[in-house]
Design a protein around this ligand. Structure first.
Ligand code: ZN
Length: 468
């Protein structure tokens, strides 16, 4: 079945036709987090939606080559590191680690490559050099390098900007700005005193890359000059993605991206999230209220299609908990029926139909609500058949296989499978101290794990974890 996705460039649902002549490999670039604080649930809505896309691609047999960068130098990271009085690298590594832990809590599969932007400064310098050579960029009298948007007639194509209103010669030195501030944007920022010890040498003097050039350079470095899908939150469309297109296409003369995958906003109780409203929750804030990462994942996935606004509410979290309990109880019954039932060759029609239904749902722009609707229909039908004592072991196995196919895309797992990041960290630590034969410390860690509601058993294969 062909996968169709909404392309926010053409504003139409289009079949995915990979650049790969064999039609197998799909290159996916996703703008990663700026690591200057903990990610909020709006950020993670995007990464959960990208995870759904990634898993669906694999479900349909594509080989996914996924890159997501960590922005570890920009206006915000420099400001944050100076406020905390920490070297930039030390400051950003705290939030890189926190992001990876939160992603694990939400059972998000990590990209094949997750480079830090500052590890690729020479690539960025080379790309800026190429743009200057092509006269698409210039060194200004303030010593910074800017992209000349007048040299790129397509500028504004993603956001359908009316370029007639553009003030010619206007320049922006910030990484983020509004549409009203459109103008030549910075590629290389000359070092200023506020940058402290952050700066790299370049042909244009000491400075640092602008935020936008990071993604063009890293995407080209790891995935080539053209990519199949570029994803990110809708708030990145302008100026970030518009600027990525300009930089990349001016340098290569090729279409940078085939499909633009934008995830819409997350609202909280119908309001825009903001620090001043007090409704900007992190993943950790949600866990602190007694919910699990699995419940949050379900709420972020099931609340709305990725291309629509999603309204986060605590009622929605409770609904997620109820829905998962229903799925888990059904799963227990199915598992028991696989082993206890009487086997025969009859097929369970509902399970067979279900496999086609979910493929159809996901192939049409990842229609999650449709897929979940079919799941609850299957749950009703199997429960009814089980109540009547008519589901055979073979049929239960079919239902089990159908669930596994669905869950390869949903990533919900069994209730016991998703281990909170803090428990995993203790487990890892315990494995290390056991290797060093420090059994007193190992017991201490076992107790710490138990206080978090988990039991750990030592077996020949290693530690085995279960909820207590
Ligand atoms: Zn980007």
């Amino acid at each position: 079945m062909a996968l169709e996705l909404y392309n926010s460039m053409s504003r139409a649902v289009e079949p995915l036709v990979p650049l790969d002549p064999a039609g197998k490999r799909v290159s996916l670039y996703v703008c990663g987090p700026t690591i200057y604080n903990y990610g909020h649930i709006g950020n993670f809505r995007t990464y959960v939606a990208v995870d759904l896309l990634r898993r669906a691609l694999k479900h349909f047999g594509y080989q996914v080559d996924h890159v997501m960068q960590f922005t570890d130098v920009d206006d915000k990271t420099i400001r944050g590191s100076r406020e905390k009085n920490l070297p930039l690298k030390e400051f950003t590594s705290i939030y890189r680690q926190a992001f990876l832990e939160d992603a694990k809590t939400l059972n998000i599969e990590m990209a094949e490559r997750t480079p830090n932007a500052t590890d690729y400064i020479p690539e960025m310098v080379a790309l800026i050099g190429k743009l200057i050579e092509k006269k698409s960029a210039y060194v200004s009298d303030d010593g910074s390098v800017y992209f000349r948007i007048a040299s790129f007639p397509k500028y504004g194509c993603l956001c359908h900007l009316d370029m007639a209103n553009l003030i010619s010669g206007a320049r922006v030195n910030q990484d983020e700005y509004e549409k009203e501030g459109v103008g030549d944007f910075v590629l290389w920022k000359k070092w200023v005193a506020a940058d402290g010890d952050v700066g790299w040498d370049s042909p244009w003097g000491k400075g640092r890359p602008g935020w936008h050039i990071e993604c063009s350079a890293l995407s080209m470095k790891h995935l080539g000059e053209q990519i199949d899908i570029h994803g990110g939150g809708t708030d990145l469309r302008f100026p970030h993605h518009e600027n990525e297109i300009a930089q990349s296409e001016a340098a290569t003369g090729l279409t940078f991206v085939k499909h633009w995958f934008h995830v819409e906003h997350l609202l909280v109780d119908g309001q825009k999230m903001s620090k001043s409203q007090g409704n900007m929750y992190t993943v950790r804030d949600v866990l602190a209220k007694g919910y699990t990462g699995r419940e949050l994942r379900y709420a972020l996935l099931s609340g709305a299609a990725y291309a629509k606004n999603l309204n986060f509410t605590w009622q929605g979290m409770d609904d997620a908990k109820t829905a998962l309990t229903r799925i888990d109880e059904w799963r227990k019954r199915i598992k028991a029926a696989v082993t206890d039932g009487v086997s025969n060759a009859d097929s369970f029609a509902a399970a067979v139909a279900f496999r086609e239904q979910i493929d159809r749902a996901f192939s049409h722009d990842l229609n999650i609500n449709d897929a979940l609707g079919h799941l609850f229909q299957l749950i009703r039908e199997t429960n009814k058949t089980l109540d009547a004592g008519q589901l055979t072991a073979a049929q239960a196995s079919e239902v089990e296989a159908a669930w596994i196919a669905l869950d390869s895309v949903l990533g919900l797992g069994d209730a016991t499978v998703i281990i909170p990041a803090e428990v995993q960290a203790l487990l890892d630590q315990r494995a290390a101290v056991r290797k060093a034969k420090d059994f007193a410390k190992s017991d201490e860690l076992r107790k710490a794990i138990e206080t978090l509601g988990w039991k750990v058993k030592d077996t020949a294969k290693g530690q085995e974890l279960s909820p207590s």
